[in-house]
Design a protein. Structure first.
Length: 168
């Protein structure tokens, strides 16, 4: 009886994983670079789109940090990690689809690279919070704003020239 239950759970898990994999593979054709011609936008228009649409990612990041740090009174470092993760996930899809109009069949690979570059700017933001809050006893919100400005600049450069660079 125990073996049957374990096999049923394993079978259910395998089915779920197979369904998710199939969905990801089916979604790949939506972003096919072979069928859609990539239009070249000016860097200025892209930067404006990045700033305007990037506000969504910043709102998610900052809102989550505010909620966890100021309202629930969790540790600022933990609050920043959760805020960062949610903001990066929103940022990836907004940047990929809306800002850079990037089309490819490698969304998962790009997401990994996106997270990789965001780790660098996360470390910059975390250092800014540490210096601001722990070393000079500055306000957490002000330190978070300074960290976000530095992260936004770094994120744009890394996204434009490394992650969503349309290769023709």
């Amino acid at each position: 009886m125990n073996k049957k239950t374990a096999l049923d759970k394993e079978s259910s898990l395998t089915k779920v994983i197979d369904d998710i994999s199939e969905g990801i593979n089916d979604a790949g054709t939506v972003f096919s670079s072979e069928e859609i011609e990539v239009t070249k936008d000016s860097t200025g228009k892209e930067a404006v789109r990045y700033l305007l649409w990037g506000l969504l990612s910043v709102v998610v990041n900052f809102g989550t940090f505010f909620l966890l740090y100021h309202t629930i009174h969790l540790n600022y470092q933990f609050a920043n990690i959760v805020a960062w993760f949610l903001g990066v996930q929103v940022g990836f899809w907004v940047d990929r689809v809306i800002v850079f109009h990037h089309k490819s069949n490698t969304a998962f690979k790009e997401m990994l690279a996106f997270y990789g570059t965001r780790i660098l700017t996360f470390l910059i933001e975390t250092a800014t919070l540490w210096v601001g809050i722990s070393l000079i006893s500055a306000d957490g919100t002000g330190s978070k704003i300074v960290g976000q400005v530095l992260a936004i600049i770094g994120n744009y450069v890394l996204s434009k020239f490394f992650i969503f660079k349309n290769r023709n």
